[in-house]
Design a protein around this ligand. Structure first.
Ligand code: FAD
Length: 522
């Protein structure tokens, strides 16, 4: 730690940082001493710290930063960014939430990575639940994990309405993307459920923003891929939490019946249908057995015989929330819903789960995969949003043909969302249709990750060649033209916002959006 380092350590640190810090992406030696204002920060240059920050969940990229900041207060972050912004030799800075990116998005080549989780180790309480006359909300630190937000809010009988499937992700990290799951069709992505933010901009200024105050920054940051500021606090909407969920899994062999039912279910309003709708593919025996499916032995046998005949099964998953008051009618409501659906007769599977157990279901999967040595492996994931009008072509070309060539590689998720639950003013992008599908290829690879990356490219090429206008979620591009296409009509706004809030291009360099000098941004 710099705070305690001797003169020799200080000298090494200065030399190291001088060789590493870059001016807007260009390597230049930093000849001056480490600025005075950084001396009080817990800024670490050792191999342990920099190696940790050089990798992520994807395990496909390795990029070493010059240093890692372990902030003990939000002020430390402001100090760091301000120091870079006002320096003649600015350095890049990346906030790292939980490092669950795939392609190095939270890395900073020769810059400084901020280990956001360090804020959690201060004495300050970083999750505070409150209410106004009309709303319940929680003020949570950007570094907080959603599992901790859930646990803290449940103590008040409340919970956020919109989650991700996996809860060990940081608030700042998912709000920089969108935060989607089976509740998105009803409540919008997590970015649609934020009232207010505290953000340290690329100029090192702490700004509180909302829809009504400094709204340009507010909308920029939500889905903004970390480009406009570091989120240090988010005010998240809360709803009364249910206690239990009725989970229903329905099987289909006819893709159009599967999507018709999904689209019908997401057209229903709150209270009329399911509270959560997702879907996935079952393509081989191993997918019947995974932690994600958790069918009983008898049900597995039944599904196996179906799979032997059809080779590709579509699984629709819907859940209905309930509590002690609604318990007596919850079953009837689900049965009524099922009456209108066209799944294969006899292939509806129901079970009851605790609400928290349901929301935290992927964690069980993590433990299982860790146990098998399959968690800390390369993850060549691809997640795209596919417009509803072309999902059937996507099924024919990708699920039935391209994917046919390899079997086990992780879940493939397929579920629709309503665009009217997304706010166009935010930076996040979606396809240009009222309904679009989230299609996630959540691949784990032992040795063949290059092959799977190639297959991802093949899927994207198939879409381009067939005029299927997808948008990548959690996007990964390397050229200006690709980013321009990704943002489409939002691109000019994105650049304007970058010029306003991070004019020196310091923040989140790992996204590789602004790789040229600011005057070349176009
Ligand atoms: P990081 O990977 O640390 O950071 C992601 C980006 O956000 C980086 O550019 C970083 O610089 C920036 N950033 C981080 N913190 C801040 C901050 N405080 N302020 C500003 N910028 C910041 N996504 C979904 O939407 N739904 C899912 O169901 C879902 N499930 C997932 C399951 C797993 C197992 C994994 C690995 C990922 C999943 N994701 C899901 C993707 C997830 O949203 C991204 O990984 C996201 O990046 C959050 O991860 P993180 O908190 O570790 O962020």
């Amino acid at each position: 730690m710099l705070r305690r380092c001797s003169m020799s350590h200080f000298f090494i640190a200065t030399v190291v940082i001088s060789t590493l810090i870059s001016i807007l992406g260009q390597q230049r030696p930093w000849t001056t001493m480490l600025p005075q204002e950084l001396l009080g920060l817990d800024l670490r240059f050792d191999k342990n710290a920099t190696t940790m920050a050089s990798t992520d969940f994807g395990r496909l990229t390795q990029v070493l930063p010059a240093a890692v900041l372990y902030p003990s207060s939000v002020q430390d972050i402001t100090t760091l960014v301000k120091s870079s912004f006002s320096s003649y030799l600015p350095f890049s800075i990346a906030a790292r939430g939980h490092g669950h990116s795939i392609h190095g998005q939270a890395m900073a080549h020769n810059g400084v990575v901020i280990q956001m989780g360090s804020l959690n180790h201060t004495h300050e309480i970083r999750i505070n639940v409150s209410s106004s006359s009309s709303d319940f909300y929680a003020d949570v630190g950007g570094e907080q994990l959603w599992i901790d937000v859930l646990r803290a809010t449940l103590r008040h009988g409340l919970a956020p309405p919109s989650f991700t499937d996996y809860l060990y992700l940081s608030v700042g990290g998912t709000l920089s993307n969108a935060g989607v799951s089976g509740q998105t069709f009803l409540h919008g992505p997590q970015i649609s459920n934020v009232y207010e933010l505290d953000v340290v901009t690329g100029k090192g200024k702490m700004v509180t923003c909302s829809k009504h105050h400094r709204s340009e920054l507010f909308y920029a940051v939500l889905g903004g891929l970390g480009q406009f500021g570091v989120i240090t606090r988010a005010r998240i909407a809360l709803h009364p939490a249910p206690q239990m969920v009725k989970r229903t899994r329905l099987l289909y062999t006819d893709f159009s019946a599967f999507t018709r039912d999904q689209e019908y279910l997401i057209s229903l309003n709150i209270g009329e249908g399911f509270d959560y709708v997702e879907g996935s593919l079952i393509r081989d025996e191993t997918e019947i057995d995974t932690w994600r499916s958790s069918f009983s032995k008898k049900d597995k046998e039944k599904i196996r015989s179906l799979l032997a005949k059809h080779h590709l099964i579509y699984l629709l998953e819907g859940t209905k929330y309930y509590d002690t008051v609604s318990a007596p009618t919850a079953d009837q409501e689900v049965d009524l819903l099922l009456n209108g659906l066209t799944f294969i007769p006899g292939f509806a599977f129901k079970n009851d789960l605790l609400y928290v157990g349901f929301l935290n279901r992927v964690y069980d999967g993590e433990l299982e995969l860790r146990h098998k040595g399959l968690w800390d492996v390369p993850h060549p994931w691809l997640i795209i949003f596919v417009p509803k009008s072309r999902i059937s072509d996507f099924n024919e070309g990708v699920f039935k043909k391209i994917l046919k060539r390899n079997s086990t590689m992780g879940p493939v998720l397929v579920y629709p969302m309503n665009r009217n639950k997304w706010d166009e003013r935010m930076s996040a992008v979606t396809p240009d249709e009222d309904v679009f599908y989230h299609v996630g290829f959540l691949r784990s690879a032992m040795h063949d990750w290059e092959y799977l990356e190639d297959q991802n490219k093949e899927i994207l090429s198939f879409c381009v060649d067939n005029g299927i206008k997808t948008k990548q979620y959690f996007p990964h591009y390397t050229t200006n033209t690709e980013w321009k296409n990704h943002f489409g009509p939002k691109w000019n706004k994105f650049i304007e916002r970058k010029k306003s809030f991070d004019p020196k291009g310091l923040l989140s360099p790992g996204q590789k959006i602004f790789t040229s000098m600011p005057w070349q941004w176009k």
